[in-house]
Design a protein around this ligand. Structure first.
Ligand SMILES: [Zn+2]
Length: 238
């Protein structure tokens, strides 16, 4: 089974290291459902939708984005529902939407330091035909905080401080005690893997403030609140 269950209403699909596909979330409300992150391509979206259908669940009406990085956003054009992202995420996506996806243009961006090697390599793995890449901004954007009533359960979208990217959003499902944080606990790959400890300190305070049992992260197995707090504290001491 591709779709994994955390609670009665919260599911996720596993990350895949080959082309850096992140974990995708699915929150099943009585009236609407929400997908967390849009995956890195149309193939990733279709694979996710099939996993949903196999469990008899409906295609998500809403898709919330955790941050602008390609692996979390390049599937946005291919989803059926309404996409939601932070304003800062859309600023970055609007910029990337202008990029040309040819071998030479990608090499130019690498040389200029606009793109990083790891993303370049994984994009080439996910897209044997580079011209298939489509980058779009979200249908709805927000700043700070927004809430979606899914019917019986609520999804809270919070902009949180993060050393990984300034547009980081976490999705909190209070009734299910689950928190999706994307890659928020991580270094900034687009700034020489810099770890901003002031931002990390603020992130620790923010995450500790949520009342949850399970934390869903972008590229690993879900973990407990205590474990994610321990990881952040050990990063602080690095
Ligand atoms: Zn990321």
């Amino acid at each position: 089974m591709e779709l994994r269950r955390i609670t009665d209403c919260v599911f996720y699909t596993m990350f895949n290291k080959e082309s850096d596909r992140p974990v995708l979330g699915y929150i099943n409300g009585q009236n609407r459902s929400l997908m967390v992150d849009s995956g890195n391509s149309i193939n990733h979206v279709e694979w996710f939708n099939e996993a949903i259908r196999n469990e008899g669940l409906r295609t998500p009406e809403f898709i919330a984005i955790t941050h602008w990085h390609w692996d979390h956003t390049f599937g946005m054009y291919a989803v059926n529902g309404t996409t939601i992202a932070h304003q800062k995420t859309n600023v970055k996506l609007a910029e990337i939407a202008k990029w040309e996806w040819t071998d030479s243009k990608m090499k130019e961006r690498l040389e200029a330091g606009v793109e990083i090697e790891f993303a370049d390599t994984c994009i080439r793995t996910e897209y044997p035909t580079l011209s298939e890449i489509r980058v779009v901004t979200s249908d709805i954007s927000f700043e700070g905080y927004m809430e979606i009533d899914l019917g019986g359960i609520t999804a809270e979208l919070h902009h949180i401080p993060s050393p990984h990217s300034d547009d980081s959003v976490c999705i909190f499902i209070p009734q299910e005690r689950v928190l999706f944080i994307g890659d928020a606990v991580g270094v900034d790959y687009y700034n020489n893997c810099y770890l901003d400890k002031d931002k990390l300190r603020s992130l620790i305070t923010a995450i500790e403030g949520f009342d949850f049992d399970t934390c869903v992260v972008g590229h690993a197995e879900p973990i407990s609140k205590q474990s994610i707090v321990n990881i952040m504290n050990s990063l602080m001491e690095r």
